[in-house]
Design a protein around this ligand. Structure first.
Ligand code: 3PY
Ligand code: MG
Length: 260
């Protein structure tokens, strides 16, 4: 039974640094898997990813050290079942607004009697197609649920969401949170920053793991001092675009004609 090291390290309160992966490519995933991050989250919320494209990415990263998370596009238990069956043990669920939603997600990720996950381990890569002895009995212990807190409602209900057994961690999404708080496109707005700091402190005080997306190293250190135990420090799409734009500009600006 594969051990969920992401979940274990969250419990051990070891800082884990991660990256959002949105290029939907198993080939670039392999480059990122060897780059030195503790975790990578395959984003299927804002990208063209579907289970059939997430699967080869999980396979490409399987022999590398980072722990792989998947962010599904919604809370559909059927979709959650597919991601668990193809081998994701940790799921990051967007836009979790209340304890009822959180409880439904906990159940979607677990086999009965704790949950409603359908059983077909002969079809599941996660179970090595019945090659993992006792998979169905151990799977519930190894799943890890990261709920995203990224709306005003989510903030208001934070304490009851955190009290749901089976919620392992809460991850703040600054972009959606800024929008929800009336500051669309400005996640650095003082009101958003203050809300993030307070939320991280409340999550950490609850004993659950706190996470946040933060690309500025100084701000990352600050958020860690507020209680963040796992941080996403960027995304592959931005890394590629920034490097490409910079390279093109360098040759256009000072070496007119060099690149033409
Ligand atoms: C957000 O910022 O809204 C995210 O979901 C990721 O950081
Ligand atoms: Mg978001």
């Amino acid at each position: 039974m594969p051990k969920n090291l992401f979940k274990q390290r969250l419990r051990e309160k070891r800082l884990q640094v991660g990256l959002f992966v949105g290029l939907a490519s198993h080939y670039s995933m392999e480059i990122l898997a060897g780059a030195g991050f503790d975790w990578l989250v395959i984003d299927a919320e804002h990208t063209p990813n579907i289970p059939a494209s997430v699967l080869p990415q999980l396979q490409a990263a399987a022999s590398y050290s980072p722990q792989l998370l998947v962010r599904p596009m919604n809370h559909d238990p059927a979709l959650i079942k597919q991601y668990l069956d193809i081998g994701a043990q940790t799921l990051m669920l967007p836009l979790v607004d209340d304890a009822e939603q959180a409880g439904a997600l906990v159940r979607a990720m677990r086999y009965p009697p704790q949950g409603i996950r359908g059983v077909a381990s002969s079809m599941a890569r996660a179970a090595c197609w019945n090659g993992v002895e006792g998979y169905v009995r151990q799977a519930n212990d190894e799943v890890c649920l990261v709920v995203q807190i990224e709306t005003r409602q989510g903030l208001e209900n934070l304490d009851t969401i955190l009290a749901v057994e089976g919620v392992d961690a809460a991850f703040i999404g600054p972009a959606d949170l800024a929008a929800s708080l009336g500051h669309l496109g400005d996640s650095g707005h003082p009101e958003v920053r203050a809300a993030i700091e307070a939320a991280l402190q409340r999550i950490a005080a609850s004993g659950k793991a706190a996470g946040v997306f933060v690309t500025d190293p100084q701000l990352a250190r600050h958020y860690c001092s507020c209680g963040a135990g796992f941080i996403a420090v960027g995304g592959d799409t931005t890394l590629l675009r920034n490097a490409a734009v910079k390279l093109a500009a360098a040759f256009r600006d000072d070496g007119a004609g060099v690149a033409r």
